[in-house]
Design a protein around this ligand. Structure first.
Ligand SMILES: [Zn+2]
Length: 847
């Protein structure tokens, strides 16, 4: 029996089962019907015929319209300049928005919908409304972290793509540099090489000097300047760092700067709002039961054997979270940046110092101290000097506030430097690092003269032998140790990608770009440029409409906005093979020895870094080699060039898609672009003119009004965002620092206005963009929801406390509600009555 046959049989069985059928002809059958049956059948027939005629008419109309559209050419398809999806013809012609049903649109709809918490009220808490569903899912995900951010996930996915590319074999047509970089990555990833790494650290430190016991010390042979010079040349900065930066007063040249000590070589370049190692320490402390186990594990860092007598920093630090200083209760219920943050950072440094001592003991560096008490005294003397230097470091908050002002620009000459800070022979140090004599009247910027004075005081009262040993131990603690193991809370592969970015950023950029065809890159550039131009136009309109600046200020601000330059996607240097080859030509990668390769890389990095000092400033070099790379998922505003950087790494889902309606991309990537543009007009940005020279845009009277506007923003954020947490059963109120976050908030306030204006203009000029399936919101609403969803973040209370103290951005939840509540159109867009939390009667506005 065939399957068809069985179907036929089944059908006929059904037919015979229907009651009232007749088998003797249609006329006879009709006569057998009752009156109601006849009426019913007539009605059905009329409806059927009517439907048939209507279909013919519709098909005719459709064919005529299609004909008109095709002859009109592509232009009529691109009414909205967005994707014209299948089935959109009739929608466009009737001037109703069409429905975008491409895969990208369906995916975007699903992502937006599943992240929502429709029970939350967008008039009260937009961040919860936009992210509640996402948060709930993240919280249920096993193996949760302290911080999960949408933006950080984007960098992680770019990094993972880089990992796969570095793990794949080098193809025959690739440049040699790619092979070297793959070798370097592999040497970082390789396990069980402790012996090799130990030997390399010993060799690297020995080249700087040996840990000297009193009997081995010859004061006549020692020179602090010489040792500091050697350490600077391997990228160490134990007492201060010497860097090259663009001169604020003349942006066509570089200037030397003496700045703060630096406590790592690779890790700080990692873009993260919260240092993972600090969170790791907080986590350790949170779970008291874990103390002992974690103590053992942590002291094993560097695979050094545990010492029973080793001291572990005081666990009482975490308890300070539970007992905020009552004297601060009135205006600041909890100050995370005060004792708590400093303590947690010191805890991390102390733990690393302990590991450094164990490592150097293991390597036999302290063998000359054969008597245990001698060793203990030596260690405690060195640790005392280390901690007095550590304690001089400003808090992250102070450092960031200073960076935002001109307070770190203290101009000295080499001569003045020598007179003020004679503990170093500066002409000699500069000759050793720059490789040439530097005239005594050369300008040197000192970022923190007070701290440099105090460092000088420490050097002056410290026994030179102890100082010498301290500097070597700082090299081990801050540079060598991190090469043994990824820092706590960071995956090894992610650390290794970071190391490659740090050492071979240019070659890695070339590898990343290989993933895209030239046509794709051009497409990205065109789309990004279109977005940049549209947003820049909106910012220009906003400045024109601002009523507070006087006419001179307005002219200057407008010319700054018009002069703003974009650096989009990636520059052409990263496809120049000769250039890429030259970047790795002098490095020899020992596939087994990550430490030795990194040390070599450090030397070359510092040499190239100091080399540029003698050259005129080249914008492409500074922008794409010193500050950003194409694979960075972040955007930047560069004050010195009045330019913004939008690297390819950011132009990906969920922030950006080439194939979704423009209001989606405006909400996410557009917001970021506008935010960066607005940094040109924040509290620091107004100090730089259209060419990036430090010349204030504001006339004195406008300056006064501008400062009132700044005050509005900083007060509002300090007062509006207080979050109550319960930690270990105690309730703690944490609040946003309006002063620290001021510039970011000002940039956000302008950005959210700019994207609404841009969307309105685009809809007016191009007609309605297509709708997204299943989303019952207006395009403006979807754009703002999408803007909020780019900042969805799951953050534990301890991470929240760290963000408040260290990050110049407000925690994402507060940040989103903060920029929404100041958007003049927010009440209209979400139908929020005036006086609701996110449509307050008094809003802050700057531009
Ligand atoms: Zn910013």
């Amino acid at each position: 029996m065939t399957p068809n046959k069985s179907v036929e049989n089944a059908d006929s069985e059904i037919e015979t089962a229907i009651p009232g059928t007749c088998d003797s002809g249609w006329t006879a059958c009709w006569k057998q019907r009752t009156l109601p049956e006849k009426l019913l059948l007539s009605a059905i027939s009329i409806i059927f015929i009517g439907f048939f005629v209507a279909m013919i008419v519709l098909v005719e109309i459709y064919l005529r319209l299609e004909d008109r559209l095709l002859t009109a050419g592509n232009k009529s398809f691109v009414v909205t300049d967005d994707v014209i999806p299948a089935g959109s013809l009739i929608g466009n012609l009737t001037r109703e928005p069409s429905m975008c049903v491409t895969l990208e649109c369906v995916e975007a709809s699903a992502r937006i919908l599943t992240a929502l918490d429709t029970k939350a009220d967008p008039c009260d808490d937009m961040a919860q409304f936009a992210c509640g569903g996402w948060l709930e899912r993240q919280a249920r995900t096993p193996g949760g972290k302290d911080v999960v951010l949408v933006l950080e996930n984007l960098q992680a996915s770019v990094d993972h793509q880089l990992k796969l590319m570095l793990e794949s074999p080098t193809k025959p047509d690739e440049i040699k540099a790619n092979d070297k970089v793959r070798g370097y990555f592999a040497s970082c990833m390789a396990d069980r090489q402790d012996q090799v790494r130990h030997a390399s650290v010993k060799k690297a430190v020995d080249e700087l000097g040996i840990i000297a016991a009193p009997s081995e010390w010859d004061p006549a042979q020692w020179d602090l300047t010489e040792l500091i010079g050697k350490i600077l040349n391997v990228n160490g900065a134990p007492l201060f760092d010497l860097v090259v930066q663009v001169d604020d007063r003349n942006t066509s040249r570089y200037v030397l700067s003496v700045t703060l000590p630096r406590q790592s070589g690779i890790v700080p370049q990692f873009h993260s709002p919260v240092p993972r190692d600090l969170l790791h320490h907080l986590d350790i402390l949170r779970d008291k039961k874990e103390r002992h186990r974690v103590k053992r594990q942590f002291l094993g860092m560097g695979d050094v054997q545990l010492d029973n007598h080793d001291e572990f920093p005081d666990f009482a630090i975490f308890e300070s979270l539970n007992h905020p200083d009552p004297s601060l209760e009135l205006h600041n219920p909890f100050l995370p940046d005060a004792n708590f943050l400093q303590s947690i950072q010191q805890l991390s440094r102390d733990a690393r110092a302990s590991a450094a001592f164990r490592l150097m003991q293991d390597l036999g560096a302290f063998n000359s101290f054969s008597v245990a008490s001698d060793y203990r005294k030596e260690e405690s003397d060195i640790r005392r000097v280390i901690s007095s230097v550590d304690q001089l470091l400003p808090s992250d908050r102070d450092r960031k506030l200073k960076q935002q002002s001109s307070k770190i620009l203290n101009y000295y000459t080499v001569d003045l430097l020598q007179q003020n800070f004679g503990f170093i022979n500066w002409p000699v140090l500069l000759r050793k690092t720059l490789g040439k004599n530097v005239p005594m009247d050369t300008t040197v910027v000192v970022h923190y003269p007070d701290i440099l004075h105090q460092i000088q005081a420490i050097v002056n009262v410290t026994d030179p032998r102890i100082m010498h040993n301290t500097l070597l131990m700082l090299v081990v603690r801050d540079l060598a140790l991190e090469l043994f193991k990824a820092p706590p809370g960071m995956d090894k592969w992610s650390f290794c990608i970071q190391a490659v970015k740090g050492g071979f950023g240019e070659v890695l950029s070339g590898i990343y770009l290989q993933y895209f065809t030239p046509a794709q890159l051009e497409n990205y550039r065109v789309k990004a440029e279109e977005m940049f131009v549209a947003l820049k136009e909106s910012v220009i309109e906003m400045i024109q409409q601002s009523s507070w600046p006087d006419s001179i200020t307005k002219v200057k601000a407008l010319s700054k906005a018009r002069n703003l330059k974009p650096n989009l996607v990636a520059p052409s240097i990263f496809s120049n093979q000769t250039f890429l080859e030259s970047m790795a030509a002098q490095v020899n990668i020992d596939g087994l020895d990550f430490v030795a390769s990194t040390w070599q890389m450090y030397r070359l990095f510092r040499r190239d870094f100091f080399d540029i000092y003698s050259k005129p400033v080249d914008e492409t070099t500074v922008t794409w080699q010193m500050l950003a790379y194409p694979m960075i998922a972040n955007a930047f505003y560069l004050q010195h060039f009045n330019s913004m950087v939008l690297p390819l790494g950011l132009l990906h889902d969920p922030l950006f898609s080439l194939d979704t309606p423009n209001y989606l991309g405006l909400g996410t990537l557009g917001f970021i672009v506008a935010h960066e543009i607005m940094h040109g007009f924040d509290n620091s940005g107004v100090e730089f003119d259209e060419d990036g020279v430090r010349r204030n845009l504001l006339s004195p009277s406008s300056q006064q009004l501008f400062q009132q506007k700044m005050k509005c923003v900083s007060n509002q954020f300090s007062n509006a965002f207080r979050t109550e947490y319960s930690i270990n059963g105690t309730s703690i109120v944490l609040k946003v620092d309006g002063e620290l976050t001021l510039n970011e908030n000002v940039a956000d306030l302008g950005a959210i206005k700019a994207i609404v204006a841009t969307q309105t203009r685009m809809a007016r000029e191009r007609g309605p963009a297509p709708n997204l399936p299943g989303l019952n919101y207006t395009h403006e609403q979807i754009m703002l929801i999408n803007a909020a969803q780019a900042y969805c973040a799951l953050i534990t209370p301890q991470a929240y406390a760290l963000i408040l103290g260290m990050d110049e951005h407000a925690p994402p939840h507060d940040r989103v509600n903060g920029f929404m509540m100041n958007l003049p159109d927010y009440g209209r867009i979400f139908n929020c009555p005036a006086g609701t939390r996110l449509n307050p009667k008094s809003k802050c506005s700057v531009w």
